[in-house]
Write a protein that binds this ligand. Structure first.
Ligand code: MHO
Length: 213
């Protein structure tokens, strides 16, 4: 149940990366996600020694299903701590573009959002450089909170950054994507009936709820 199609990368800083990981994980057209540190110069950052880096999410998306513009709409609407607040660099609002096309889309969307906003946006737009994946315990954080469920689906560290279904489940469990989308995708997710029921129950409980850290 993994997906092998051509993807493009998007790298975004939106505050604490746990909830962004879930938010994008179950977004249509998103194939895989991983969280990590980027946007700075410190070599080999870690969560407790992040240096001048920022918490970011790296998204592999299918550009035929979701556009970069659409991903950025989600970006602008969902910074964990707000786009205009002065934050430490760990939580900097950040778009790291991977090519000129992404840069132009990012700059245009920044101008559009700024024109509707009275305060100055603090979002930084820069070229994507080295991405350092975060420690395993930060990957698919919400999914990993469901320990028995993870054991039952066979989630291990080799899948945390690369698996389509881990990305999806990390979203669905907190209510992202919604029940209809989950039921549509269920045949592709390879869950048994008991596992599917578990996700439905959690999804129902959390749908429309907050994703706060
Ligand atoms: N509010 C969270 C932030 C974690 S996030 C990975 C905490 O209490 O640790 O920065």
């Amino acid at each position: 149940h993994d997906v092998d199609i051509p993807t493009k990368k998007a790298t975004l800083g939106m505050g604490c990366f746990w909830s962004n990981d879930s938010l994008f994980g179950a977004t249509l057209g998103v194939i895989r996600t991983r969280v990590g540190y980027a946007g700075g110069t410190t070599k080999n950052p870690h969560y407790r020694s992040i240096g001048d880096h920022t918490e970011v999410i790296e998204i592999d998306y299918d550009p035929k299903t979701v556009t970069y513009e659409e991903l950025l709409e989600i970006f602008w609407a969902n910074h964990e701590y707000g786009l205009t607040t002065k934050l430490k660099r760990q939580y900097q609002s950040m778009i790291l573009y991977h090519d000129d096309e992404q840069r132009l889309v990012a700059e245009a969307s920044h101008r559009a959002v700024q024109s509707r906003c009275n305060e100055t946006l603090r979002t930084e737009i820069a070229k994507a450089d080295v991405f350092y994946p975060a420690e395993d315990y930060h990957q698919k954080y919400r999914l990993q909170g469901h320990k028995d469920f993870c054991r039952s689906i066979g989630l291990d560290s080799s899948k945390l950054q690369t698996s389509h279904w881990a990305a999806r489940l990390n979203g669905y469990l907190v209510g992202v994507g919604g029940m209809n989308q989950f039921d549509q995708e269920l045949p592709k997710l390879g869950l048994n009936e008991k596992q599917a029921e578990y996700v439905r129950r959690e999804l129902e409980r959390n749908e429309g709820g907050g994703l706060a850290c």
